[in-house]
Write a protein that binds this ligand. Structure first.
Ligand SMILES: C[S@@+](CC[C@H](N)C(=O)[O-])C[C@H]1O[C@@H](n2cnc3c(N)ncnc32)[C@H](O)[C@@H]1O
Length: 254
């Protein structure tokens, strides 16, 4: 059932009563404007978060041949690392809602001549794929999407059983005196990133995925890495075992 609420656009454009559907569309539209604007000035964010992104991606335990989904890829800051792990036989399919970010990501792909990396301009909550993925990731992106649970559900649908989803994100401080700064932090994140104050990324992922745990926290909990699994086969080794036996089956069929 559609509900209505009094909502304030962080640009101060409107504060009329809106339905959830209108709020969703308004958030998406503002995301496009905000991230189109930042697409030319993303270098600092790319550099500063690099060590955390790389440590987070380690946890996906990617393997050569994996087919990987990235949502909210921005200008493609994770492509080089992910591609180096999945190799030429793997595949990286990325999604971003901002046409300017997609353009930057495609320039990166063209620059390195990566044939197995592709970017689509789409909403991560609704985009559909023909084949399942072996792994998925979202760095600094779920918290700026209009509906974290709907997005998580779409990622879940897109994954093969036994696959992992990794999200690294930021939000208000969780512990200590730094929490006093949270009202300002929230305002800043909404203005700068179109951060979504209504959704809790970790709660949303826990609702959707069969297994979900915060595996790392940074800066009084303002940064966190969550690792989720769809229908866990008892360990990642099972996924590997499955793939190995499929490969040997197809070999014995030859
Ligand atoms: C902070 S940037 C993160 C970029 C990159 N993943 C990183 O780690 O730096 C957030 C990205 O999420 C994208 N985004 C926001 N809402 C989206 C949505 N509904 N679907 C797909 N991408 C979205 C934005 O366009 C933006 O490029």
């Amino acid at each position: 059932m559609a509900t209505e609420r009094r909502d304030r656009d962080p640009d101060g454009r409107s504060n009329e009563v809106r339905s959830d559907g209108d709020r969703y569309e308004a958030h998406l539209e503002r995301s496009r404007r905000v991230w189109d604007r930042w697409s030319d000035r993303y270098k600092m964010s790319e550099r500063d978060f690099e060590p955390i992104r790389m440590a987070a991606i380690d946890r996906l335990a990617l393997e050569p041949g994996d087919r990987v989904l990235e949502i909210g890829c921005g200008p493609g800051v994770n492509f080089e690392r992910v591609r180096s792990e999945v190799g030429d036989e793997g595949e990286v399919i990325a999604v971003d809602y901002s046409p300017e970010m997609v353009e930057k990501a495609r320039e990166r792909i063209g620059h390195y001549d990566w044939e197995n990396v592709e970017v689509r301009c789409a909403d991560a909550a609704t985009v559909a794929f023909d084949e399942p993925f072996d792994a998925a990731l979202a760095t600094l992106s779920m918290s700026v999407m209009p509906d974290a649970e709907r997005t998580a559900a779409n990622v879940y649908r897109s994954l093969a059983p036994g696959s992992r989803f990794l999200a690294f994100d930021i939000g208000p401080f969780q512990t200590g005196p730094a929490r006093l700064a949270n009202p300002l932090v929230r305002r800043f994140l909404r203005w700068y990133a179109n951060w979504n104050p209504d959704d809790d990324v970790v709660d949303s992922l826990s609702t959707v995925f069969d297994d979900c745990a915060v595996v790392e926290r940074y800066a009084a909990g303002a940064g966190y890495t969550v690792l989720c699994e769809k229908e866990p086969l008892s360990t990642t080794a099972s996924r590997r075992r499955d793939r190995t036996s499929n490969t040997s089956e197809s070999r014995s069929d030859e």
